[in-house]
Design a protein. Structure first.
Length: 176
């Protein structure tokens, strides 16, 4: 794979590297390979795919992409004026690693990858096990996440019950 994408000095890592590197390699048979390396702080997979679709549309003769780029995001992302903190964001605080090392948790010999599907009957069974009235009204996503987190905590059995643990969920907020 490294032979298809030229390694530009400084192109690895996150800081001090190129933001976007595109390389087209033409083969003797007439085919070609498109290699793309981007800095993840600037673009995600969905954005890269949208960019490639736009290039494809231009190659096919379009004068503008079917999905226009969004500029002037500051109108959506501005802080209140004056800024004020409305809640504590513990997810950004540095924490020390727990006693169970990440090597133990991510040992591929110990991991089982599978898909789990929750039917309406399964969701109702989870709701029936929840004691709090608030959880009976929560979205399915929150209910499933809470139950999976509870099971994970039981399995890991942390020695210190006050130990800081986190869950991170990747979402697509583009439509918001």
């Amino acid at each position: 794979m490294e032979e298809f994408l030229h390694d530009v000095p400084g192109s690895g890592g996150i800081i001090g590297c190129s933001l976007l590197l595109i390389q087209v390699t033409r083969f003797i048979c007439g085919g070609f390979a498109l290699g793309i390396r981007f800095n993840h702080t600037m673009v995600d997979a969905y954005g890269a795919l949208q960019f490639l679709h736009a290039i494809t549309e231009f190659v096919k003769g379009a004068s503008a992409p079917s999905i226009p780029p969004i500029w002037q995001r500051e109108q959506y992302l501005n802080a209140r004026s004056p800024p004020r903190i409305t809640c504590t964001h513990n997810e950004f605080e540095q924490i020390t690693h727990n006693k169970l090392s990440s090597d133990d948790m991510m040992d591929s010999d110990k991991l089982i990858r599978t898909a789990i599907f929750f039917s309406p009957k399964d969701i109702q069974a989870l709701r029936n096990q929840v004691l709090s009235e608030n959880f009976h009204r929560c979205p399915r996503f929150d209910l499933i996440t809470a139950c999976l987190w509870k099971c994970r905590t039981i399995v890991l059995n942390p020695a210190d019950p006050d130990e800081m643990v986190r869950v991170s969920i990747i979402i697509n907020a583009r439509g918001k």
